[in-house]
Design a protein around this ligand. Structure first.
Ligand SMILES: Nc1ncnc2c1ncn2[C@@H]1O[C@H](COP(=O)(O)OP(=O)(O)OP(=O)(O)O)[C@@H](O)[C@H]1O
Ligand SMILES: [Mg+2]
Length: 242
């Protein structure tokens, strides 16, 4: 079953300038896919467009078989989409619990406390210090809190934009361990990553975005030696895959 279907998506900040220039791919339920590409390729724009935070100029997006093209972010969350942005993904001045309470406002009142407890169970590092101010957390713990906020609404599809950016190797390992646990629960994951090595370790399939278009869509193994990835980043298209 297809969790997310993207057909000829065009999107961008300015109506006259598409940054995402006709991107098509399908993600199966429970699949983990990484999106790679050089800086400025449009990875964040693509994922933000799918999350309802950048205007869609054309194409078609469906989530769990339902047409969700052009829906805004709150509506998409209700349809089962979770999104962890690249920056500003937590409220640094609020406590861990308050961060989760805000995310829980999208849920029915009766479900909120139970879902927050479920997140504390899943992320014991957060559960042991609910009253701590989020700004005082380590980079890895902040990413966990950001993931917990997105997972609170029990998304079918979770998209994360560079969850390991700026983290030490130890914290990168911690974040990827968390992502592997989320994937093991059957959540469909779409992961934008600069840390190619770490991303390739937990994903079987990679999309490579170059200048707003897919240059490659195929098994991550093909990218392990780095030579193909290097050529793709420099602009070569992998016609056999994309
Ligand atoms: N808020 C914005 N308003 C206008 N243009 C933007 C905005 N954010 C990004 N862009 C432009 O969109 C293009 C793609 O940027 P985007 O952030 O999607 O790339 P990226 O692949 O995520 O890069 P990185 O690897 O550096 O995160 C760039 O030319 C950028 O200048
Ligand atoms: Mg980006």
């Amino acid at each position: 079953m297809t969790a997310l279907s993207v057909q000829d998506l065009r999107a961008g900040y300015d109506p006259d300038l598409s940054i995402v220039k006709g991107v098509s791919f399908n993600v199966a339920q429970g699949e983990t896919v990484c999106v790679l590409g050089p800086n400025g390729a449009g990875k964040s724009t693509l994922i933000k467009a799918l999350a309802g935070q950048v205007p869609v100029h054309g194409g078609h997006v469906s989530l769990g078989g339902k047409n969700v093209t052009g829906l805004r972010s709150h509506a998409l969350v209700r349809q089962g989409l979770g999104f962890v942005p690249q920056t500003e993904n937590i409220f640094a001045s609020l406590t861990i619990r308050e961060n989760l309470q805000i995310a829980a406002e999208l849920l029915p009142k009766t479900a909120r406390a139970q879902r927050i407890d479920a997140m504390f169970e899943m992320f014991p590092d957060l559960g042991t210090r609910p009253a701590e101010v989020a700004g005082a957390l380590s980079g890895g713990q902040r990413q966990m809190l950001a993931a917990a906020r997105a997972l609170l609404t029990e998304p079918e599809v979770l998209m994360l934009d560079e969850p390991s950016a700026g983290l030490s190797p130890k914290l990168v390992a911690q974040v990827f361990d968390t992502l592997a646990r989320i994937a093991a629960r059957g959540v469909t994951l779409i992961l934008v990553e600069q840390n190619v090595r770490a991303a390739l370790a937990i994903t079987k399939r990679a999309l490579v975005l170059v200048d707003g278009q897919l240059a490659h869509d195929g098994p991550t193994e093909a990218l392990h030696d780095g030579a193909l990835l290097g050529r793709l980043f420099l602009g070569q298209r992998d016609e056999a895959s994309a």
